[in-house]
Ligand binder design. Structure first.
Ligand SMILES: Cc1c2[nH]c(c1CCC(=O)O)Cc1[nH]c(c(CCC(=O)O)c1C)Cc1[nH]c(c(CCC(=O)O)c1C)Cc1[nH]c(c(C)c1CCC(=O)O)C2
Length: 344
């Protein structure tokens, strides 16, 4: 039997007109879902991602339960790092903890390269299972970006101000750029394998790069991001860049060979346009709104959709990830609202 794949979101990412505004939610597969929490009693994140059938099930849940227009592969931005020699553990209640943090040039030199077929075969198997047999919407593949990955590798875990990361960047540029080069190679190879396996769009999470000012972004980050997107662009799938608190970097991002810019909730669609952003926009309901009453949720969502529809080159998402306390019923109702309200 041939499956009908609804490609609306890929069209929207390519800037084409669509019958309605498509959308998905960052972190849609995960802690907010009871089916997932039940699995989590038995398995860790890495145990789930190493089992393609199970990982595909978790990835599919939000598509089946909410009707979102894309699936995003269930795994973490830390997932490729063990392949290059990073000893990472996901600790519950903390997040990623790195047992061999980067301290100097020698630590960077020791990092290896990724061979996706040998190192993360289960990621590729999960993508193939989902895209060849199971999903009726496109699958979005993803990777962390070099700055955000480096922040965990250098700090040794989550951080408030990224001081070790920035100190290394400012004081040892050679070490920094060698690290950026190694991470750029990893991101490109890893994402290319995801595209080859069937991912129909790619989101690059540079969640924490907003901690740099624009001048430092231009100097220390823009070259590596240009390299990554220039290479990935050759594969013809839409490329999305997302980060938190990055309004001051939007024009730098707009220069990159990227198709879509993901906004957090601090900058509205129309403000981003006024600032001069020309890419397709994705975003940006504050996830916290989803903890209020339906009247508030509806009002805020319609206001964002009004801006997005007036603009025309727009895909709905949240301004950051779904938090564990958001109810599945709310996400289902929200998906219906987005589709019904924007239907032409
Ligand atoms: C901060 C953090 C990371 N990794 C982790 C944390 C801990 C704190 C937390 O639970 O929120 C650990 C983690 N990551 C993920 C889980 C599984 C449970 C869940 O959160 O739903 C767990 C326990 C899934 C994930 N983690 C991520 C995804 C993929 C993207 C998506 O689904 O949108 C998933 C399924 C991506 C991720 N992972 C990380 C970042 C910075 C990002 C980029 C998106 C963002 O800024 O939040 C690092």
């Amino acid at each position: 039997m041939s499956r009908q794949i609804n490609e609306t979101i890929v069209k929207a990412y390519n800037g084409e007109e669509t019958d309605y505004v498509p959308g998905w939610f960052m972190r849609q597969a995960g802690r907010s879902q009871p089916e997932y929490r039940a699995l989590k009693e038995k398995y860790s994140l890495f145990e789930i991602t190493h089992q393609p059938e199970l990982c595909a099930y978790v990835t599919r849940l939000p598509v089946e339960n909410y009707g979102v227009d894309a699936a995003i592969l269930y795994k973490d931005i830390m997932s490729p790092l063990p392949a290059i020699g990073v000893d990472v553990e996901i600790k519950s209640g903390i997040g990623p903890v790195i047992h061999n943090p980067i301290r100097n040039f020698q630590d960077v030199e020791k990092l290896g390269t990724i061979n996706p077929k040998a190192d993360v075969p289960y990621v590729l198997d999960t993508i193939r299972l989902l895209t060849e047999e199971q999903l009726n919407v496109p699958l979005i593949g993803f990777s962390g970006a070099p700055f955000t990955l480096a922040s965990y590798m250098i700090e040794g875990g989550p951080s408030k101000n990224y001081s070790k990361t920035k100190a290394l960047m400012y004081s040892e540029p050679e070490t920094w750029f060698t690290l950026m080069d190694k991470l750029s190679d990893m991101v490109i190879t890893y994402v290319e394998a995801q595209i080859e396996a069937g991912a129909k769009a790619i989101q690059i999470f540079d969640s924490w790069v907003g901690s740099l000012n624009a001048a430092d972004y231009r100097l220390f980050i823009k070259p590596v991001m240009t390299e990554i997107f220039s290479e990935l662009r050759k594969h013809g799938v839409p490329l999305i860049l997302f980060g938190v608190g990055a309004r001051h970097l939007l024009l730098e991002w707009n220069d990159l060979p990227v198709d879509v810019i993901g906004l957090d909730w601090r900058t509205s669609i129309s403000e981003a346009r006024k600032l001069g952003v020309t890419k397709v926009l994705q975003g940006n309901l504050d996830p916290t709104i989803l903890l209020t009453n339906w009247e508030t949720i509806e009002k805020r969502t319609k206001a964002i959709l009004d801006e997005g529809m007036a603009d025309g080159r727009y895909v709905f998402n949240l301004g950051h990830g779904v938090t564990p306390d958001i109810k599945p019923e709310t996400l289902k109702r929200l998906t219906n609202l987005i589709h019904d309200y924007s239907q032409k």
